[in-house]
Every structure is written in structure tokens, then in C-alpha cells.
Design a protein around this ligand. Structure first.
Ligand code: PBG
Length: 329
């Protein structure tokens, strides 16, 4: 399908001026493309920096309003909540996940009361912020149990929906959980609560800084390879998505982002559904540190974000979302 010949055709002609480059740009970003992750901590009037994520903070619930105000001003459609759970609230079973006074529930209630439907709220469904071993589910002999874990995730989802969560986002990678969560939401009057399935979540080293941010880094023993996907595989990713669509997922996430652009593209082409990319903590930290040290310039951020658009992602979860006005400028 290549048309034309040199010297009649010179592709550099349309690259010469900025106006022309803007005119033919195939992909553009707007604030509508972004979801802002927010880390929550206990206490009052706290804004805590996170060692491994320069420029990202944990906020106490009473300081959330200023962050949500900013997200609204930027016109971000959605935020995602992640709790840093105090060690004393963690146990083997992740019991705190079902506590209606936990950080996520408190934040949901506050934001919904104050902002109603002005902004969407998405919550992770998984037990890792709450377990003393840092795994996403119940553990037996180093194996994360599937069906037993799903029973708890159903309750966690329902609690989040009751507290006002708009988008339930299971990130646990248990088999069959989307269908069971959908069924329970419907049965309990939450027919319109959406499900964003982390259908494809690879067992990745790029989550390191996030585990620091939610306080599970030093307690996690082993890895998550018996439930998260093997990064050598891509056909398997399509099977994961096919199952989750049948079970009722409204949207799917591919995670991490940049090392898996091929997966985003093939999911989009094959299934024609909303596909989201998660530019995870390790990607954020790599880029941010390289910029801080002067090894690459600021434009690396925009370049990384556009790559998701080019690959076909509808939206991007990114720790840069709260600075998106400056990045797009
Ligand atoms: C936990 C969860 C993880 C992330 C989001 N939800 C980490 C993990 O599976 O260990 C990672 C996000 C990031 O690295 O930015 N279910």
C-alpha cells in the first residue's frame, strides 16, 4: 500500500513546519485519556512522599479534596484509589479488605458525598494491601488459593460498590472472578456498577515501587507467578480477555504498559472493546529518575504516553496524570 516515488514524494515535506506536523498527527492525547492513581494513608493532614516514586505522595483522607479538586480542574475522568495499610491491620486473610471503615471506604464516602458523579472512582479488588504476606489472596503452602480467594473478592467488590465505587477493578488474576463478581453486583442492586478487569496482568518486576507505596514490599515473600501471567506469553493474554468478556467485563486493562504494547494492540484489534493501559510504578520511576539526572529530557514522558495511544489504548493509568496539563503543553 505504499504510494508514490522519490523524488516526487518527499515525506520530509510535511515534517518541515510545526503547523504541518500538528495537522497530520495521527495520535493526540487529551486529559480524557487519563486515570490518576491515588495512595491513601491513615492519619490527619498528611502528605507523605514515597521514596521510590519521586513526585508521588500518599494522602490522608482529610486531604483528598484538594487532590480531587485538581483532578477535576484538569478534567481527568477518573481516579483510582490504593491504600497504604498499617501493619497492625494486616493479617493472613486480608480481613481489613472487608472492614467498612478501611481507608478505601472512607475515601469513597467522602469523595462521593462531596463530588457525586463529577468524577469516576475506580478501586482495586485484590487482597495484597491487606495481607501480612503481601500476596493477592489466601495462601496455602505458598500457593495462592483461587476459589477461596474469589469468595472474599466478591465481598470486597460488593462493599466497594455500596460505598459508592463506580468502577470495580479486580487486579488479582484469580480465575472466574469477573463472572462471580458481576453476578453478585447484579443480585445486590448494582447492575450499573462497571467492571474493569485487569484481564492481563503480567508477573512483573516493574511493580517494585508500587509495593513500596502500599507497604507490601518488605513483607512479600516469593513472587506472584502462580497467578499473574508469564511474560513470555501473548496467546494466553487473548484467552484471558475472551473469558473476562464472556464473564461480563466492561473494559480490560493491560499491565504493565510499555513492555506490552504488542498486547494492547492485539487485544484492541481482536476484541474491539475499551482497552486501558497501566503505566506502572516501575515505568514511572525509570523515566522520572532519568529525567531528574538529566539523562533524558522531559519529552520522554509525552513520548511514553503517546505510545499507548498508538498501540490502541483508550485510556492510560499514569502517575503523571496530575501534571498532564504541563506535559501536553
Ligand atoms: C495489586 C496491584 C499491583 C499494582 C496495582 N495493583 C501490584 C502487584 O500486583 O504486586 C501495581 C501498580 C504499579 O506498579 O504501579 N493487586
Amino acid at each position: 500500500m505504499i504510494t508514490g516515488n522519490f523524488p516526487n514524494l518527499r515525506l520530509r515535506r510535511s515534517r518541515k513546519n510545526d503547523w504541518s506536523r500538528r495537522l497530520i498527527a495521527e495520535n493526540n492525547l487529551t486529559p480524557n485519556d487519563f486515570i490518576l492513581p491515588l495512595f491513601l494513608i491513615d492519619g490527619k493532614n498528611k502528605k507523605q512522599s514515597i521514596n521510590s516514586m519521586p513526585g508521588v505522595h500518599r494522602y490522608s483522607v482529610d486531604r483528598l479534596s484538594s487532590v480531587v479538586d485538581k483532578a477535576l480542574k484538569l478534567k481527568l475522568p477518573m481516579i483510582a484509589l490504593f491504600p497504604y495499610t498499617n501493619k497492625k491491620h494486616k493479617d493472613k486473610f486480608g480481613t481489613e479488605a472487608l472492614n467498612e471503615d478501611n481507608l478505601v471506604c472512607k475515601a469513597l464516602q467522602l469523595i462521593k458525598k462531596r463530588y457525586q458523579n463529577e468524577i469516576g472512582i475506580m478501586c482495586d479488588v485484590a487482597l495484597d494491601p491487606y495481607t501480612s504476606h503481601g500476596q493477592d489472596g489466601l495462601v496455602n503452602n505458598r500457593y495462592v488459593l483461587n476459589d477461596e480467594t474469589v469468595e472474599i473478592l466478591i465481598k470486597q467488590s460488593l462493599l466497594q460498590a455500596e460505598m459508592g465505587c463506580d468502577v470495580i477493578a479486580p487486579s488479582d488474576m484469580m480465575d472466574g472472578r469477573i463472572g462471580k463478581i458481576r453476578k453478585s453486583l447484579d443480585k445486590n442492586g448494582f447492575k450499573m456498577t462497571q467492571i474493569l478487569s485487569y484481564a492481563i496482568k503480567y508477573a512483573s518486576s516493574f511493580y517494585g515501587p508500587f509495593r513500596d507505596a502500599v507497604g507490601s514490599k518488605n513483607i512479600l515473600k516469593g513472587n506472584k507467578k502462580n497467578y499473574q501471567m508469564d511474560f513470555r506469553n501473548s496467546d494466553e493474554a487473548l484467552r484471558e480477555v475472551a473469558l473476562d468478556i464472556k464473564e461480563g467485563a466492561d473494559m480490560v486493562m493491560v499491565k504493565p504498559g510499555m513492555p506490552y504494547l504488542d498486547i494492547i494492540k492485539s487485544v484492541k484489534e481482536k476484541f474491539k472493546i475499551p482497552v486501558f493501559a497501566y503505566q506502572v510504578s516501575g515505568e514511572y520511576t525509570l523515566i522520572s529518575n532519568a529525567i531528574d539526572k538529566g539523562f533524558v529530557n522531559n519529552n520522554a514522558i509525552l513520548e511514553s504516553l503517546i505510545s499507548f495511544k498508538r498501540s490502541g489504548a483508550n485510556a492510560i493509568v499514569s502517575y503523571y496524570a496530575d501534571r498532564i496539563d504541563k506535559i501536553l503543553d
